[in-house]
Design a protein around this ligand. Structure first.
Ligand code: TA6
Length: 283
């Protein structure tokens, strides 16, 4: 049906959860298991317009993450989040969850930016858990490299009442004030702008939220990087689509393959990045 800004959205409601997914970007905008506060953060001040990335939910960054390595004119985080995808399959699962898959629609414009024969699919399972799989198949005869992220915005009660666990001891690139390499000591606490790419990450991440008395668990497969981002006051103001104090209620914990962890996809092979998101009560 028609969603905000005239975007076409799929609305999914089942016995376990509800979710809204825009066809532009195959962008999961909301996911709310019944009885829970929303798990994804979606800005109320976002642009919601054709060709503009939605601020919140799960933007799909593909086939590169951040600026393009060779051509600064190409869009940051790739084009997948701003082009149209089509629904390819929907299926009810035995446990009551809903499976829906999307394929990126190739056009002359996408081929001009990404001349490698390939297909991109996003498979989403909406249930008590949200599972998002980004599959890249190399349909050509030469290998190519991709960067990618499920750039997930999580809804939290307040950034001051939140900690991120699971990245202790990992090396990260700190992108605030120049790029430096650092090692994470203890859980992540956010008290100023944070923009970090954690490399070679293996463990589940937990967003512990004392205000909502819950923790969000992010389990992954074939994701070697985890990006953590909160723009804080000035940057959020400059971006113009966070709204007043918007930065306080969100944190991005992104399941990714970026920087040193970009992925080579061989001819005929399929690479699948997966994130499984669930919510647990805090004792
Ligand atoms: O993932 C973090 C990041 O790359 C930041 O550097 C930040 O600017 C952000 O993504 C949002 O990017 P966007 O292009 O959506 O404004």
């Amino acid at each position: 049906k028609e969603g905000p800004g005239g975007l076409t959205v799929a609305e999914i409601t089942n016995s376990l959860a509800e979710s809204t997914i825009a066809l532009q970007g195959a962008h999961v905008m909301t996911w709310q298991p019944h009885g829970q506060a929303p798990v994804l953060w979606l800005s109320r001040f976002g642009k919601f317009a054709p060709g503009k990335s939605i601020r919140g939910g799960v933007p799909v960054c593909w086939p590169w993450f951040g600026p393009h390595a060779e051509d600064a004119k190409l869009p940051g985080h790739g084009f997948a989040r701003t082009v149209m995808w089509e629904v390819q399959e929907t299926r009810a699962q035995p446990d009551g969850a809903t499976f829906i898959s999307f394929g990126l629609i190739e056009t002359d414009a996408t081929r001009a930016q990404w001349p490698h024969p390939s297909s991109a699919k996003l498979r989403v399972t909406v249930g008590a858990e949200l599972k998002v799989e980004l599959a890249t198949r190399n349909t050509g005869s030469a290998p190519f490299q991709i960067g990618e992220a499920l750039h997930t915005y999580f809804h939290i009660s307040d950034v001051a009442d939140m900690k991120i666990k699971g990245l202790e001891g990992c090396t990260y690139l700190d992108k605030v004030g120049g790029t430096t390499s650092k090692t994470q000591q203890g859980p992540i606490v956010i008290e100023s702008e944070v923009d970090r790419v954690y490399l070679n990450t293996e463990s589940d991440c937990l967003i512990e939220d004392l205000g909502l008395k819950r923790q969000i668990r992010i389990a992954t497969r074939s994701s070697r990087s985890t990006v953590v981002w909160n723009p804080w006051i000035e940057k959020a103001e400059k971006m113009g689509d966070f709204g007043p104090e918007g930065y306080r209620g969100m944190v991005c914990v992104e399941s990714a393959n970026a920087v040193d962890n970009v992925v080579t996809v061989l001819p005929g092979a399929e690479h699948i990045l997966q994130a499984m998101i669930s919510v647990e009560a805090l004792a």
